[in-house]
Each structure stands twice: as structure tokens, then as C-alpha cells.
Design a binder for this molecule. Structure first.
Ligand code: ADP
Ligand code: MG
Length: 373
């Protein structure tokens, strides 16, 4: 096992990592950090799934490379949203703490541009920015890119999805020819290849565990139905597949109980599992579920967390989870141990976009199905 020490990071960075509790590099960090620390800086394209530590993969080398004795802006990080930008800036500050005196600013749309202009008047070595606002600031001459040596396009696929392509083009035209460019993304659509070709110079390409999380035994399906029609729709699916056994995920305890009651009152083998039940009630529900005396367990994400049942044919989503990443955890309840399974989401017409986002984010393909007659 390689650890952070082998990657060429400075002793002071290693100390910081120890303090913030990063014990072992993630695969993208393990591969990208040594490349980005090389004396002769190179361009790089790094591909890795969401949540695999891409920020530190570029952030640690960046903090080492930026000169804190030089007050000029040396690094520019573009991010798709305010939240992602703020998170990145926070991590950079944490990485530099106690070893370098760096000033990191975050700028984004939807907030006072005057405040941001004022903040940028202070010596600032690193700016994290959403493309639209950054372009505004460039046009108002509130930011000078002439000393920028490092440009990071973070979450590049998301930025393109949000329509920032032209802004990015224009921003890059304001930076120096001899800058280095690091691009990080969860996916590699053609537009990203185009950006790499157009703006990067023989980039090193690193791709780790693409699609490793995807269980190909799961068929991902969705049904479009009005919220008020969801229970009748679920009934149809239960009717035509009496041998089905599954979990239906709901977002709230109340919803969980109501749906289980509605279906139970209609004579279906359905029960609820959520945090308002006592421990003994929960144990009894789980016992009946395992003994197959019910067809469908209706549960909240939290209550279902510890459930270990191997032969579920279906996972249903009464609503998609707030955190799209939870979709993987939910759907992973079916198709275990080499069996096939179906993950079926009930969505209302306004939520179709979430399916597209899920396809991108979790890298699965969905098939639209109809409510059986
Ligand atoms: P990505 O950009 O790939 O989606 P992030 O860089 O946002 O992922 O990292 C996700 C989370 O993992 C963050 O909370 C980060 O602090 C944490 N993290 C990153 N690298 C490590 C590591 N080597 N050890 C422990 N936690 C880490
Ligand atoms: Mg990221």
C-alpha cells in the first residue's frame, strides 16, 4: 500500500494531512499527485467518480506550488456551483494551514459583486470561481490573470452541463499561453475531450475505477406518474408480479407509514419500517420480511441501512433520494450475489431531469416503463 509519504509531498503537507485525518491517498490522489508535483509542470486530465477525493488530488500539489511570498494571483480554479467552489476553497485553506500564508478567495454569481471586488483587492494567490461571475470580474478589470500559472477546471463535466462552455473558452483566452491546465471530471463526454485538445498541451491522462460501482445485474427503470397516483401505480406492479419481494424507499417517516397503511388496508402484504417504531416492533417487522410473509417493505433510508436480505427482486423509490448518491446504496439492495434485480423509481413529470442527472452522476442507464394495465 502506498501512502502519502511516497507521493513526494513536503513534510509540512504530510503534517497537515495527519492533522486533518487523511491517512491513505485515494487512487486518483495516488496517481495524480506525483505527476502534479513534478518540477516541470504538465497538463493533466484526471477522471474519477464523485467522492473520490479529486480536490486533494490537485489541491495538495497546488498549495505546494503556489508561492506565498508572491502576492499575485497564481492559481485559478473554476467550479460549477457556489457550494462546490466554497468546499474547494475550504479544503485549500485547510491544506495550507500552518505551512503557507495563502489567501484564497471564492467568487460566484448571485452575491454582491462589489464585495467580491473589494475582497480581490487584497493580495490573493488562489481564486476559486464559477465561470459566469469570473468573466464579469474580468470584464470589470477586478481580477488580473496575467500571472496565473495554474488553471484547474474542476468538475468539468458539470460545468459543461450547466452551459459554461463559452464562458470557459473566453476565460482561458485571457490567461497566459504557458500556464498549465489541470482538468478534473467524473465523466469524459466528447466536449471535454474537445476542451482538452484545444486548451491543453499533451496532457497526462489518469482514469481510475471508472464504473467500478456499477452493478450490471440491476435494471434501472422509471415510471412517470403524478404524486397522487403513485400508490395505485405501485399496486399494479404488485398485482402483476405476485412473486416480487422488495423494499420501497420513502423520504419521511410519515410518508412511509401512510403508504404502508394504504397498501396494507387494500390487502397487500406490505409493512412499514422507520425510526418511530420501537426496537421490538422493528425486529418483528424484519422477522416477517425475512420469513417472506410480506411482499414489500416500505422504509426510510435510515431504517433500511442495516437490512441484510439477499434475495430481493425489486427496489422501488417512492421518491428519488435527496442525495442522488444514495440512489446507489438503495438500488444496491437488489441484484446481490449474482442475481438479477430491478430498481424502479416513481417520479412525477417535473422530476425527469433528475433521471438524467442520475444517469450522469451514478453512471447507469434508465429505461422508462409504463404502469401495467
Ligand atoms: P470529488 O471531488 O472526487 O467528488 P472530494 O474531493 O470532494 O471528492 O472529496 C470527497 C470527500 O473525501 C471530502 O470530504 C474529502 O475531505 C474526503 N477525502 C478526500 N481524500 C481523502 C483521503 N485521502 N482520506 C480521507 N478523506 C478524504
Ligand atoms: Mg470535486
Amino acid at each position: 500500500m502506498s501512502d502519502f509519504k511516497q507521493l513526494g509531498l513536503s513534510d509540512s503537507t504530510l503534517k497537515v494531512l495527519e492533522q486533518i485525518g487523511f491517512e491513505k491517498p485515494t487512487p486518483i490522489q495516488e496517481q495524480a499527485i506525483p505527476v502534479l508535483l513534478k518540477d516541470e509542470a504538465t497538463d493533466l486530465v484526471g477522471l474519477a467518480q464523485t467522492g473520490t477525493g479529486k480536490t486533494a488530488a490537485f489541491g495538495l500539489p497546488l498549495v505546494e506550488r503556489v508561492d506565498d511570498n508572491d502576492p499575485s494571483l497564481q492559481a485559478l480554479i473554476m467550479a460549477p456551483t457556489r457550494e462546490l467552489g466554497q468546499q474547494t476553497a475550504q479544503q485549500l485553506v485547510a491544506f495550507s494551514k500552518g505551512q503557507k500564508k495563502l489567501n484564497v478567495e471564492v467568487v460566484y454569481g448571485g452575491a454582491s459583486i462589489m464585495d467580491q471586488i473589494r475582497a480581490l483587492k487584497r493580495p490573493t494567490q488562489i481564486v476559486v470561481a464559477t465561470p459566469g461571475r469570473l468573466l464579469d470580474l474580468i470584464k470589470r478589470r477586478a481580477i488580473k490573470l496575467s500571472n496565473v500559472k495554474y488553471v484547474v477546471l474542476d468538475e468539468a463535466d458539470e460545468m459543461l452541463n450547466m452551459g459554461f462552455k463559452e464562458d470557459i473558452d473566453e476565460i482561458l483566452s485571457h490567461t497566459m499561453e504557458d500556464r498549465v491546465t489541470w482538468l478534473f471530471s467524473a465523466t469524459m463526454p466528447r466536449e471535454i475531450k474537445n476542451i482538452a485538445k484545444k486548451y491543453m498541451n499533451n496532457p497526462v491522462e489518469i482514469a481510475v475505477n471508472k464504473e467500478s460501482e456499477v452493478n450490471t445485474d440491476i435494471s434501472h427503470q422509471y415510471v412517470i406518474t403524478k404524486t397522487s397516483n403513485k400508490v395505485p401505480a405501485v399496486r399494479r406492479f404488485l398485482d402483476i408480479q405476485p412473486e416480487m419481494r422488495g423494499i420501497m424507499f420513502c423520504r419521511t417517516k410519515r410518508e412511509t407509514q401512510e403508504i404502508a397503511d394504504d397498501l396494507g388496508n387494500l390487502g397487500y402484504g406490505v409493512e412499514a419500517l422507520h425510526g418511530d417504531l420501537s426496537q421490538s416492533q422493528r425486529d418483528a417487522v424484519m422477522r416477517r420480511f425475512k420469513q417472506r410473509s410480506m411482499q414489500l417493505l416500505v422504509a426510510t433510508d435510515v431504517a433500511a441501512r442495516g437490512i441484510d436480505v439477499n434475495d430481493l427482486t425489486h427496489v422501488m423509490h417512492h421518491k428519488l433520494p435527496d442525495q442522488l448518491e444514495s440512489y446507489t446504496h438503495r438500488s444496491g439492495r437488489t441484484a446481490r450475489a449474482g442475481r438479477k434485480g430491478i430498481s424502479l423509481a416513481f417520479i412525477n413529470p417535473r422530476e425527469v431531469r433528475q433521471i438524467t442527472m442520475l444517469e450522469r452522476r451514478v453512471k447507469v442507464k434508465f429505461e422508462q416503463v409504463q404502469v401495467p394495465n
